[in-house]
Design a protein around this ligand. Sequence first.
Ligand SMILES: [Zn+2]
Length: 172
Amino acid sequence: MNSYLIDPFGFCKNSESIGGHTPVSELERLASVCADRSGELIWKVSGSLDNHQRPCLLLNVAGSVNLVCQRCLDSLVYELDSTTTVMVAKTEEEADEIEESLEDEEAVEVIVSDGKVEVMDLVEDEALLALPLSARHGICPDSSMDGWKEKRESPFAALKELAKKVDGQKNE
Ligand SMILES: [Zn+2]
């Protein structure tokens, strides 16, 4: 795995940003919960300071991974696209202070750093948090459901039918 070790405090102060593409196969913890090791994450981290001059990392992780459907146990492609703010504290006490100052609804994570953060750990954590607890197909491609599948129309086909009907009514 490529390492992206940053000093979060300098990184945020200087408004730096980095991004990259990382194959799922290089992220052991993520790969272990996926159906296979295919897929890739596209990620970006931007540093900034908030109103109180506290370091914030804006993290976006997107990409697709293969998960196991909990209904039919077949694999399914899951598209993830998750953004979160990670605030960086120097000590546990500072982290507690930040936690207390946050609104409950704010999607902010607080981490403690001694001056080094491995960006790939943040990316992998974010991807893991973004995965559904129980992945399921909308409609499973299971053989026992073949009858259903044939009858199933794409939403666009259904719309077309509807449009035709509306047109027909107009012509009457
Ligand atoms: Zn399924």
